[in-house]
Design a protein around this ligand. Structure first.
Ligand code: GLU
Length: 416
């Protein structure tokens, strides 16, 4: 297959399922492409007094089943195709777990590693101002993604609320708990990865074995997934971040690593385990479970053949290319696809939004038990359809998601 950009990759995955569903052409066209794309260019006065221009995006893919929903990422190489792909994945993600949202995504091209906190705040506030007309608690609700967090969400709430002259906590999710955030939201994506991993190892009948896992990416998703998998007795033998990868077949000391990261920010320089170089090789090490929880395009036709894991649980969005998918399939590796595996974040975002609207505060225990109540049946539905249709989990997940969005589209009809 020719090199696909990220939106072409998303389209390919969509087509595989849409073809199996025999989706009619009109509906297919209606739900494949984003409904609205906003590109903004805005100035920020940097700490040195210079004006610097930034490019930001907000892509609203589909809101047939509910308000647009999806995170905002800050990254130096974010582009329109990436944001379009990520927006469409949000549509399928919210549909496959059946929460009443559509899909959207935002991004600002910038390198947070080189920005001061003050600059980050100014970029966030000005970007919020630029997209203010198309977001809102009933219309499009952003959330954290790569390189954004609860603090960034707090700045968005504040900016949006100042502009509108009223507190609008429901305009974003993933906020600090002190500012309308939900207990359990921060770890939710990692928790969902853990829940689907447990389902997958049960399904392939290895749950009673002593299992090992490697987690690529040690940000919000990867670090929480590693911690929660370890709590379930799975030995974490490898992790990596943007700077380095470390591996120990006897198990890593996660507490020690977390302490090291508090002081040093990056893994590079950690000497408590063997370092793997280049860091991408961590994907190819011996393990039962592999959790790619970094960014897109990590498992490709170049390395897929060398992957030894029995189960891959996609914590990141789009970590596996379609070419790699074929190779993994042929090798009999069981893949829990991103739109299902990492849906825990947006599910608890939904809980946060409901709490905001109803002015309620749910306990942590309530949140995590409700998360399971949604994720486990969603997993079971995908797995049952995969068996029935003799297809893989990715195509089955898409089939369920697309059917739901298509049905809602038929019911709504086409305006005017
Ligand atoms: N950015 C996360 C994702 O890709 C969460 C989105 C949300 O909570 O709206 O699923």
């Amino acid at each position: 297959m020719a090199e696909l950009n990220l939106f072409e990759m998303a389209q390919h995955q969509f087509n595989m399922a849409a073809d199996k569903l025999n989706l009619e052409r009109g509906i297919k066209d209606r739900i494949m492409f984003p409904e609205r794309t906003l590109i903004v260019q805005f100035p920020v006065i940097m700490d040195n007094g210079n004006i610097k221009m930034f490019t930001g995006y907000r892509v609203q893919h589909n809101n047939v089943r509910g308000p647009f929903k999806g995170g905002i990422r800050f990254s130096p190489d974010v582009d329109l195709d990436e944001v379009k792909a990520l927006a469409s994945w949000m549509t399928w993600k919210t549909a496959v777990v059946n929460i009443p949202f559509g899909g959207a995504k935002g991004g600002v091209m910038c390198d947070p590693g080189t920005l001061s906190k003050n600059e980050l705040e100014k970029i966030t506030r000005r970007y919020t101002y630029e997209i203010k007309d198309i977001i809102g608690p009933d219309f499009d609700i952003p959330a954290p993604d790569v390189n954004t967090n609860a603090q960034v969400m707090a700045w968005i709430v504040d900016t949006y609320s100042m502009i509108n002259g009223q507190n609008s906590f429901g305009v974003v999710t993933g906020k600090p708990v002190s500012l309308g955030g939900s207990y359990g939201r921060e770890e939710a994506t990692g928790r969902g990865v853990m829940i689907t991993t447990i389902q997958a190892i049960k399904e392939i009948g290895i749950e009673n074995k002593k299992l090992t896992a490697i987690v690529q990416g040690y940000g919000n998703v990867g670090s929480n997934a590693a911690r929660l998998l370890a709590e379930k007795g799975i030995k974490i033998i490898g992790i990596s971040d943007i700077s380095a990868a470390v591996y120990d077949p006897d198990g890593l000391n996660l507490n020690e690593i977390n302490e090291f990261l508090k002081k040093n920010k990056f893994l590079q320089g950690y000497t408590g385990a063997k370092s793997i170089s280049p860091k991408e090789k961590i994907l190819e090490m011996d393990t039962d479970i592999l959790v790619p929880a970094a960014v897109q395009n990590q498992i490709t036709k170049e390395n897929a053949d060398r992957i030894k894991a029995r189960v891959i649980v996609e914590g990141a969005n789009g970590p596996t290319t379609p070419d790699a998918d074929i190779i993994l399939n042929n090798k009999g590796i069981f893949v829990v696809p991103d739109i299902l595996a990492n849906a825990g974040g947006v599910i608890v975002s939904y809980f946060e939004w409901v709490q905001n609207i109803q002015e309620e505060k749910w306990s942590y225990e309530e949140v995590i038990s409700k998360l399971e109540e949604i994720m486990i049946p969603a997993y079971d539905d995908v797995s049952a359809l995969a068996k029935k249709e003799k297809t893989n989990m990715r195509t089955a997940a898409y089939m369920i998601a697309i059917s739901r969005v298509a049905e809602a589209t038929r019911n709504r009809g086409i305006f005017p």
